[in-house]
Design a protein around this ligand. Sequence first.
Ligand code: NHW
Ligand code: EN5
Length: 388
Amino acid sequence: RHKFWETQPVGQFKDIGDPSLPEGPIEPPTPLFEVKQEPYNLPNHYEWITCDINSEEMCNEVYTLLANNYVEDNENMFRFNYSKEFLRWALQPPGYFRSWHIGVCVKNSKKLVAFITGIPVRIRVHNEVVNMAEINFLCVHKKLRSKRLAPVMIKEVTRRVHLENMWQAAYTAGVVLPTPIASCQYWHRSLNPKKLIDVGFSRLGARMTMSRTTRLFKLPESTITPGFRKMEIHHVPAVTRLLRNHLNHFVVAPDLDENDVGHWLLPEENVVDSYVVECFETLEITDFVSFYTLPSAILGNQNYSLLKAAYSFYNVSTKTPLPQLVNDALVVAKQKEYDVFNALDIMQNETFLKELKFGPGDGKLHCYLYNYRLSHALKPSELGLVLL
Ligand code: NHW
Ligand code: EN5
């Protein structure tokens, strides 16, 4: 069934539920000098490039490859449209390796036809913190599909991760592979229901009119939580303390320090938005909420070409009830003209999804670890990791 994945150190379907298999690394690290020193072979006429995402030209190439060839929904109506600013942010966290931004291009024309990336991350699994790579943006040009290029790309990124003495990875996908550590569901909260219905993202419910639907999803003009404000750099230590404490409650979660929080959570226009709740008297930070911006291209609609979507990122509530906090994020997203607010059923998100009128989507997101076995799959609520 899985000619490639059967050869890889990942949990295999046949091993599910086998109590004799220990939790932890599947293969031990090999001595660094034994890691293959040369890149894997590509088909004739193609070559590897290491992408400099800071170069305007290279960033454009990557942006265009993904805009035309990256992930679509099951009916090919929408395609993720990561912005260039987003890609720079996603690919250059503290300690990133340029060698993990890998392209394949045509030798003659230098046209980029495939891409895969890794970034370093510390991930805690139960009580153990492991240095891992987060793999994302695997993409093969539509015209080069089903030629077994993806396995070569995965082996090449694995080799380059090994060269940095890292032996585990985390990744997510909409497809089922051997074998998910958690299988999560997308939920969607309409902010602009008329547009969502017009473009086929959602449907008018049974016995619903457009005006009833608009009323159903109406939000207040402004946020209601006292002390709700945009996160600033001086909030980083407090947000880091809150977040580290919060992430301890999950079985798998990133281990973030102040540097990471500064990178991943300081607001950046049209990339990431974060809000803190500052106590009026003590100036203490009691809560925060964040979302990232990932529009989708609307394929083949006369009236609209882009769906503006916000995705719930990391949220922590200690004083403000989580539903109220996220409702304020919905209000902000609506003010900023997002069409939809998306969230997975991970962490404590189930405590607000129904109450805030999110509805289940038709997409799933499966989360995976490479070279690390878990004895049981997690419930989505046990997963504390959000990949972009
Ligand atoms: S998930 C998004 C992936 N990208 C897309 O869906 C974009 C649109 N699709 C494409 O570009 C987020 C192509 O269809 C792709 C496959 C490139 C997906 N993950 O070349 P072939 C990520 O970026 C397996 C992993 O002929 P193709 C996460 C498939 O099962 N494997 O197919 C990426 C089969 O293997 P099998 C996937 O359609 C994580 C083989 O590829 C996959 O032309 C990567 C077929 O290859 C997917 N999403 O290209 C793993 N989709 O065994 C990282 C298909 O079943 C692992 N396949 O025969 C960790 C590495 C680091 C370790 C460090 C220690
Ligand atoms: C790597 N980091 O399928 C990620 N999206 O539900 C890669 N559906 O938008 C993996 N099909 O349900 C990504 N509307 C895997 C996801 C790929 C994209 C995807 C799904 C997630 C999605 C929408 C549109 C469906 C269009 C037809 C959907 C229903 C919304 C409705 C709003 C009102 C309340 C009920 C739900």
